[in-house]
Unconditional design. Structure first.
Length: 232
């Protein structure tokens, strides 16, 4: 099944409104850069400055932002706070998205403790693991901390928290079964860290994060740079 990326959970499909997947993938980068600028007290930014900070060409940036109806002001640039809001609205970050994490090993534990989720509109509402030794373990400080619940509670956690997004951080062998249960429970957006391709029905959006693949891509570029130095 083709994966339709760039769709906010339970939100509007950017793809259906003519925004390419490549543009959607760059919007979080612009949002992060602009948020950092706002934190430093920057009120306006030119397309050239924003493009350099985001690692793209100014032409590509202007085209991306034009999809949001934001064209900036000639000679002034873009209003930082307003552009942050526009991008956040497009990405679905102007509301709260409940997230459940399944698989609380080293990676799942790190994800559960990541403080950046809350500031970006994502609230971890459930932690589940199949290891009986982990069940009941408290992550985070009370009263905001969460106790790890048994995997058998997955459907109940999704129902009672109205979870919008499921994060799979299990071993590969368990990932498809967890995915099937999330989908059956009504979750239609999944972030998959397991090293396996998940099969999902139409209407379910999956984003795969393969750390090993990313390292292999970096190794490829390192090898090319090393070869170039050898030839020089």
């Amino acid at each position: 099944m083709p994966i339709e990326q760039g769709v906010s959970p339970r939100g509007r499909s950017s793809a259906r409104r003519g925004i390419s997947e490549a543009t959607v993938a760059r919007l979080p980068i612009y949002h992060r850069v602009l948020t950092s600028m706002a934190d430093r007290g920057v009120t306006t930014v030119s397309s050239e400055e924003l493009a350099v900070a985001s690692g793209v060409s100014s032409a590509k940036l202007r085209k991306d932002l034009s999809h949001l109806g934001s064209y900036g002001t000639r000679g002034v640039g873009y209003e930082v706070d307003y552009l942050v809001y526009q991008i956040a609205r497009e990405l679905g970050l102007t509301q709260d998205w409940p997230v459940v994490i399944i698989g609380i090993g080293n990676l799942g534990h790190a994800l559960a403790g990541y403080g950046g989720f809350a500031s970006r509109g994502f609230r971890v509402v459930g932690l589940l693991d199949s290891d009986p030794a982990r069940v009941g373990e408290q992550l985070g400080q009370e009263p905001t901390g969460l106790a790890i619940r048994p995997l058998s509670d997955l459907e109940d956690v999704v129902r009672t928290t109205d979870a919008s997004i499921g994060v799979i951080a299990t071993p590969a062998i368990a990932a498809q079964g967890v995915c099937d249960r999330l989908v059956a429970a009504g979750v239609t957006s999944i972030l998959n860290f397991a090293p396996v391709v998940l099969n999902t029905p139409d209407g379910v959006d999956v984003r795969k994060v393969d750390l090993a693949t990313e390292l292999q891509i970096l190794a490829f570029h390192e090898q090319r740079k090393s070869d170039a130095r050898m030839r020089a």
